[in-house]
Design a protein around this ligand. Structure first.
Ligand code: ADP
Ligand code: GLC
Length: 479
């Protein structure tokens, strides 16, 4: 079975969020299961920098002119790189400029990703032809439309990592993109008078998945479906849509091998975690004391992540003499609020605004609790990393957070299945109560260690998940 992943990010080379972690981990896990898997990605500077040795495969005539395809290897996975410097040779984010303005030609940049992926099902590489194309998020959604236009030379699977991003563009571009005109309709990629690359994926893929069972359920409801809920319900009822939870790449996120840590540790030798904690307190300038409960946030600072709720709930944390370290970047008003709070309460709050992969590892290892108060969360990876590192997640009950975190309620503690703290409503008072519950458990170190031990033992390895995707690939091949 030859599987091609089509995507716009690949960790650690180019990452704006969890998507990159997944597109790096899943192909590697599938490879270990014996699948012939490769990946296609636009030739962004960060990709060429990480994969300096590439071979020319072919040049093909596209709506964007003659475009070359190159091929290299990264971490054992074969990577096709689309060589179109006039579209992709731009530093920084794959999607927008340094002022956060989306590139005006994104419709061409990401349609080309779809076009070139489709070419790999049509034989552009004489030695390797994709049988399944696994497209990720709207960036790769047009793959499914081009495959449909060519009567499916390969089967298509589309994974929704975040339904909030629709990839909307002016319908006048359709002809320029060599898309058949009749695709512009409600049973096609039309969406409220525009074209949506997300809808191209949702409508034309043979199979759709999203990254947790709860999110799969939520986005079929009116309140979280953004207008796609009808289509998603339809596809679910035809057994074409399901949720598969993401995992943890243990070669990168494991406290016993993580190269960014001061000291390694494991569930059976937890003492090293304390050293990481005091080192972190020292690094970010908080009072050094292993007995103080240390909360952490590593996140994009956006509406989705609900961190405005935390701003209002911080009094509980401060009153109970806790600490917070926050690493994140995003909306400027939220950055300003946290900056102000850190200035007001330097004994309690330390912030680092920006993106820092190594610091993220040190924070997740050094803290006691990860706070993730998301309004919605397709899967969420930081709560999984928290579990692996014995840093108990404190989350809102939504999407993948609901599927992976069980509250330290008395009944869950009794059954031995508690691994964190959960609150339900999008409400800062509820978040405060959850923070208070974390303090209550902290005051009982024996119980804390028990919960921590259970959290660290849980298995979120990609191996099982890769098997689930492979079963789905087989299912659509057989269909
Ligand atoms: P999302 O993809 O919605 O941002 P996830 O929890 O799935 O949320 O993934 C976030 C990923 O990005 C994790 O690997 C997390 O460690 C990382 N991350 C988020 N913000 C930062 C940051 N400021 N610095 C470093 N890593 C970050
Ligand atoms: C998206 C989601 C996040 C998920 C990630 C990887 O960025 O917001 O919840 O974990 O994709 O699938």
């Amino acid at each position: 079975m030859k599987v091609l992943h089509a995507c716009a990010e690949l960790a650690p080379l180019l990452k704006t969020g969890g998507l990159a972690d997944v597109t790096a981990a899943l192909p590697k896990a599938e490879l270990l299961e014996g699948i012939d898997v490769r990946l296609i990605i636009p030739g962004f500077p960060a990709i060429y920098a990480g994969i300096p040795h590439t071979d020319f495969i072919a040049e093909v005539n596209t709506f964007a002119g003659h475009v070359a395809l190159r091929y290299g290897q990264y971490q054992g996975v074969g990577i096709y790189i689309i060589d179109a410097p006039y579209l992709y040779d731009r530093q920084g984010s794959p999607y927008h400029d340094n002022y956060l303005n989306d590139y005006h030609d994104n419709y061409r940049r990401f349609a080309l990703l779809g076009w070139m992926a489709c070419e790999l099902a049509c034989g552009i590489d004489p030695f390797w032809r994709a049988e399944i194309i696994h497209a990720h998020d709207w960036h790769a959604g047009m793959t499914c439309a081009y495959l449909a236009a060519k009567c499916y030379p390969a089967k298509a699977i589309f994974t929704i990592h975040n339904l909030a991003f629709h990839g909307m563009f002016d319908a006048s571009h359709l002809r320029e993109l060599w898309i058949p005109e009749h695709f512009y309709q409600i049973y096609g990629l039309e969406f409220y008078g525009q074209i949506s690359y997300l809808k191209a994926g949702l409508f034309y893929a043979d199979q759709i998945t999203t990254v947790s069972p709860s999110y799969a359920n939520e986005i079929t409801q009116d309140y979280q479906g953004y207008g796609f809920e009808g289509l998603l319900r339809d596809r679910r009822d035809n057994m074409r849509f399901s949720g598969i939870l993401n995992g943890v790449d243990q070669t990168i996120w494991h406290p016993n091998t993580d190269t960014h840590l001061i000291t390694h540790y494991s569930s059976d030798h937890i003492t090293g975690k304390v050293k990481n904690k005091t080192a972190l307190q020292s690094e970010v300038g908080l009072p050094i004391d292993k007995n103080i409960l240390l909360f952490a946030v590593v996140s994009r600072l956006t509406y989705q992540k609900g961190l405005d709720l935390l701003v209002d709930a911080l009094t509980t944390l401060i009153e109970q003499d806790g600490q917070l370290v926050l690493l994140g970047c995003g909306e400027s008003w939220l950055e300003a609020r946290f900056r102000y709070l850190a200035e007001q309460y330097p004994q309690h709050i330390a912030i680092r605004l920006g993106y820092d992969e190594m610091l993220a590892h040190r924070i997740i290892a050094g803290a006691d609790v990860m706070i993730i108060p998301s309004r919605f969360e397709p899967c969420g990876l930081t709560q999984l990393y928290g579990l692996a590192y014995g840093t108990l997640p404190l989350v809102r009950f939504t999407g993948g957070l609901a599927d992976t975190v069980a509250d330290c309620s008395l009944e869950n503690l009794e059954q031995g299945i508690a691994n964190g703290f959960v609150f339900y409503e999008c409400d800062s008072r509820q978040l405060s109560f959850a923070i208070a519950r974390a303090f209550a458990l902290w005051r009982n170190p024996i119980l804390w260690k028990k919960v921590q031990h259970y959290a660290m033992q849980q298995d979120f390895s990609w191996r099982t998940i890769a098997k689930a995707y492979i079963a789905l690939y087989q299912h659509i091949i057989d269909y």
